[in-house]
Design a protein around this ligand. Structure first.
Ligand SMILES: [Zn+2]
Length: 580
């Protein structure tokens, strides 16, 4: 029997029966007719469910059980979510339908599609009075972009480098439920002496654990590296020649090598052979080659790097990867190409036209506007373009230091600059404070025509409650007005004072919403970073920008706990360390 939101006589009868007999179904308080509330539900998997699907189901049920008193079992229950594989469906798509009054079916062609369906159900459901109220979204959904990734940089002692692995794994599951299908990490060799360096081992083993657990829930995984970078012990005769960087936009972390002279190439090939061997057990689905910010060489043979050295050495490394994993895909990044103009784009296009086997995808983006060249010039052989939105650092110092940093209008506008030409991408992440921005990018990859408002509303309903959508969605959008801040040497915050009214309104809205949330949500890190952002800004206004006092110290300390950023003050990831 098909049913939308109305209680059938049958379901009412069942509710009454269970109320009396098992007290496992509680009365509906959702305000939506027919959306029953459950304290016991079942989940049924296809016969011969894969280990991946079982892991996904564990992630799904653990979220329901964490947020409510609802117990999830595989046996009889007053309400059942049935997972069904249907070979005729599109790859990664899912559908959610009512089968009977007490059975909802999530269908997909493959396990990962079922995971996205479970994510949709989680994000549209409610948790009230200890009960789970299944979401009422029904329909079919298929992702538009094929590569929906996140890049988690594991360096600077940031969240990904220091947080407990289980916490990061849970976060990766969250992102998969939001539509992510690929995750990439990086190994910061420039921080270490060798592969045997204790800290290098620690970093690599952590990355491998994260890759393994990502693959255990059906994600693709890869590494992003500046391919001409070595350990800090790399001999002087391997080193690069400084390239022109008139605008000072390309970072340099001290260990770039020449990709043309023999000593440099020998070092790099040796490094990459050993580096790829590290992943023999997990395998790699993607390698992303990064040109600058560190990386690059300005010698006569390598320059212009983006057209010559970067292309040739990345291609050589890709040959090493293909001997291990023939299916491994290559992505060439063009970050900071032609700043200033050096003919890098033209040179790259020429190389790509000459050799159709060079690179599976091209990644493009910039600190600000999306580069025009790949938009105005068709990519040779229609190689897909991926973006790399900088969601972590823009207008922030310290990164994440004041709590959540949602920028809905900015990332929506940057997405629109792509004119529908991207097939996905990898937002660049330094931590969890920009969780909203990740969600926004993942949702745009899935459904490119979503409005910023719609995504804000979805995010609030998904992670906090449908009951606070209006207030929190408005506050998140206002936070963009109060995002930019400059902290001067004397600790005075100068910018948010231009938006004092917004700061006041944001905190009022957040305090009102705080009183409407259940305890689990109210105490969750996602809510706390939003709350603390609102509170910190409000205190700063009252203190006329002076970063001082116990109230601020307490708020910053809570952020430090959430980010596990006790050890990374020197890199300025996390809250300011100069509270007076
Ligand atoms: Zn060189």
């Amino acid at each position: 029997m098909k049913r939308k939101y109305c209680c059938s006589i049958d379901s009412v009868f069942k509710i009454i029966l269970f109320l009396f007999l098992f007290t496992s179904v509680v009365s509906c308080n959702s305000g939506k007719s027919g959306a029953e509330a459950y304290k016991h539900m079942g989940i049924s998997m296809p016969e011969n469910a894969s280990p991946l699907l079982k892991n996904m189901v564990l992630a799904f049920t653990s979220r329901i059980e964490k947020q409510s008193e609802c117990k999830v079992s595989t046996g009889d229950a007053p309400f059942v979510v049935r997972l069904t594989l249907k070979s005729e469906m599109e790859d990664e798509a899912f559908s959610i339908e009512d089968i009977e009054s007490d059975i909802i079916e999530i269908s997909a062609k493959n396990d990962i599609g079922l995971m996205y369906g479970m994510g949709k159900m989680l994000h549209t459901s409610k948790f009230e009075n200890g009960a789970f109220i299944p979401g009422t979204w029904r329909g079919y959904s298929s992702p538009v972009c094929k590569v929906r990734g996140i890049y988690m940089a594991c360096h600077f002692n940031n969240f990904y480098e220091v947080a407990p692995v289980d916490e990061i794994n849970a976060y990766i599951e969250d992102l998969a439920f939001a539509g992510m299908n690929t995750i990439i990490f990086n190994f910061p060799q420039w921080q270490y002496d060798s592969f045997d360096d204790t800290l290098a081992r620690k970093n690599l083993e952590r990355i491998k654990l994260l890759i393994r657990s990502s693959k255990n829930i059906g994600l693709k995984a890869g590494m992003l590296e500046c391919e001409n970078q070595g350990f800090k012990t790399a001999p002087a005769n391997t080193r690069f020649v400084k390239y022109p960087d008139d605008l000072g936009r390309r970072g340099y972390l001290g260990v770039s090598l020449c990709a043309s002279k023999k000593q440099g190439v020998d070092y790099l090939m040796n490094f990459w052979n050993k580096f790829l061997d590290e992943f023999n057990e997990t395998g790699l689905d993607y390698l992303v080659f990064w040109p600058y910010d560190e990386g690059g060489c300005g010698c006569r043979q390598c320059w212009p790097w983006g057209a010559k050295g970067h292309v040739s050495i990345s291609a050589k490394i890709m040959e090493l990867a293909h001997t291990r994993w023939p299916e491994c895909k290559s992505i060439l990044s063009t970050w900071m190409y032609d700043t200033p103009e050096a003919g890098e784009w033209e040179g790259l296009y020429k190389a790509l036209k000459n050799d159709s086997s060079l690179f599976d995808c091209i990644m493009a983006d910039a600190h600000e506007d999306f580069p025009r060249y790949p938009l105005e010039n068709k990519m040779p052989d229609n190689r897909p373009i991926l973006n790399f939105p900088e969601i972590s650092m823009w207008g922030l110092w310290p990164w994440g230091g004041y709590g959540a940093s949602p920028l809905p209008a900015r990332f929506h506008a940057l997405w629109n600059q792509l004119e529908g030409k991207a097939d996905g991408g990898f937002p660049y992440s330094e931590g969890i404070y920009e969780d909203f921005n990740k969600y926004m990018c993942l949702r745009l990859y899935w459904q490119p025509d979503l409005s910023a408002q719609a995504i804000c509303d979805e995010y609030v309903a998904a992670y906090f409650s449908p009951n606070v959508v209006e207030k929190v969605s408005k506050a998140i959008q206002l936070m963009e007005k109060t995002h930019n801040r400059n902290v001067t040497a004397d600790g005075k915050n100068v910018n948010i004072h231009n938006a004092a009214d917004s700061v006041q309104l944001i905190f009022d809205l957040i305090k009102q919403a705080d009183g409407m949330l259940n305890t689990v949500v109210r105490e969750s890190w996602r809510w706390r970073i939003i709350y603390l952002r609102a509170q910190i800004d409000d205190i700063l206004i009252q203190k006329k920008g002076r970063i001082e006092g116990e109230e601020l110290r307490k708020a910053f300390n809570e952020l430090i706990e959430i980010y596990h950023s006790q050890t990374n003050h020197t890199s300025k990831i996390g809250p300011p360390d100069f509270v007076r």
